[in-house]
Design a protein around this ligand. Sequence first.
Ligand code: NI
Length: 139
Amino acid sequence: MGSIIRFGVSIEESLLKNYDRLIAQKGYKNRSEAIRDLFRDSLVTEEWREGKKEMVGTIALVYSHHTRELSRILTKMQHDHYQTILSTLHIHLDEHNCLEVLAVKGKGEEIKKISNRLIGTKGVKHGKLSLTTTGKDLV
Ligand code: NI
């Protein structure tokens, strides 16, 4: 970990007050940690945008298990990408609906491609890719 530096920022008073209120609601103990998280989030978002670095994420899919062939298609897609899809969690939400959460690791662009295909599969009611980092390059 590098050394810590302090720097000054000019900002409108009302904006800072609103931000302080927001970070207090989120449970931050101080402004510095909240700002560090903002910086980290921007860096991770940029890594995703570039698409070349190894990243991790989760893909959540909600679908009806009655939809013909859908479970089989989703399972096949997961076998086709077994190196990227590390683990899956399947929850039977009710008599009809399933939630499947996939933990993924790989190049950002590859993860996005797989995610778009899964979410776009006919019969998937809703899907969401959540992006994060391997944590290697962040302090
Ligand atoms: Ni199920």
